[in-house]
Design a protein. Structure first.
Length: 323
């Protein structure tokens, strides 16, 4: 082992003393993953987020068209999920401009872009941001490069996260470009050392599958001895998961990524009331038995939220019992 080589440095970064609880790694991106991270903080000794870098919409999309960096949006959301409430730095990272040439930009995205320029790469920028925010965990890009998501649906080619997210119907293949893309060594290391690996909640194709399609990520999950837990979405997403039930979500996840079947699936115990064409995501235990997955249902919904979302405290209690 050579201390100076990147793989060894990535390993040494993971060998910090934890709080005595399990090592938990969440893989994916977006708002749903933020709630999974907050849930993990309630019981884990160490929390790491391995985050997709294939976003091309919103503030992130504007930045990646102007700068050669991975999209910062999902990375920022995960950083804030691991950051204590009320700090000045947190408020700055959450601030969004409403006027002038930077209207629509999150200040946190701009700060991460600036830190990436100063530090030389996004991974180093995130480490500096973790220090500034006093984050209770680490956020790790799935890949150090900016990626493009590509999907095949029948005879159609769908390029980009935004286009795929809007597609209604079966997705046959999901790839990331360029073909030379590879998982960051630190992402592989934390996954392989994890006691528990969380997939979801969040956009099935453009967050969870997108992260797992980075070469090396699914392989690390399949080699890890950590318990794999799939956290089901509360409702379908208009576009990429329209008309899909719980079993359809699981089938697509396994088919599109080659990841091993989860040992446990966590779902809300009741059907969420939602206006069509959206529908609650529900599972039939008999169908799940064919995958060898145990279904755990509980009240995990945030009843104070204006839109269906997971309650981190409720979800944390369920996940703690599955370590």
């Amino acid at each position: 082992m050579t201390i100076g080589d990147p793989a060894t440095q990535a390993l040494l970064q993971t060998l910090t003393i934890d709080g005595g609880g399990p090592r938990v790694v969440a893989i994916g991106g977006g708002h749903g993953m933020s709630n999974a991270l907050r849930a993990a903080l309630t019981y884990a000794g160490r929390v790491d987020a391995v985050v997709t870098v294939a976003d091309d919409g919103g503030s992130s999309g504007r930045l990646i068209r102007q700068m050669d960096i991975p999209p910062p949006g999902d990375l920022r959301k995960c950083l804030l999920a691991l950051t204590p409430d009320g700090s000045v730095w947190r408020n700055l990272f959450e601030y969004r401009f409403e006027e002038s040439d930077v209207a629509g930009h999150s200040l946190g995205n701009l700060l991460l872009a600036a830190l990436a320029d100063i530090e030389g790469d996004m991974a180093s920028a995130l480490e500096r941001a973790e220090d500034l925010l006093q984050a209770s965990g680490s956020v790790i890009p799935a890949c150090s490069d900016r990626l493009q998501l590509r999907a095949e649906a029948g005879d159609r080619i769908l390029d980009g996260q935004v286009v795929i997210q809007r597609h209604r119907g079966r997705i046959d293949i999901v790839d990331v470009l360029p073909a030379s893309a590879a998982a960051t060594p630190r992402a592989v290391t934390v996954i392989e050392r994890a006691d528990q690996i969380l997939l979801g909640p969040g956009s099935l194709i453009t967050s969870t599958v997108a992260a797992l399609r980075v070469p090396g990520i699914t392989e690390a999950v399949n080699q890890s001895e950590g318990r794999l837990v799939y956290i089901a979405n509360l409702i379908t997403q208009d576009g990429e998961t329209i008309d899909m039930d719980g079993a359809d979500h699981l089938e697509a996840l396994l088919r599109l990524t080659g990841v091993r079947p989860p040992g446990a699936i966590v779902a809300h115990e009741h059907a969420i009331e939602i206006a069509p064409p959206l529908r609650p995501v529900m599972f039939e235990p008999e169908i799940l038995a064919t995958y060898g997955a145990d279904l755990t249902t509980a009240d995990i919904a945030d009843r104070t939220a204006s839109w269906p979302a997971h309650d981190p405290d409720k979800l944390g209690r369920v996940l703690a019992a599955l370590t």
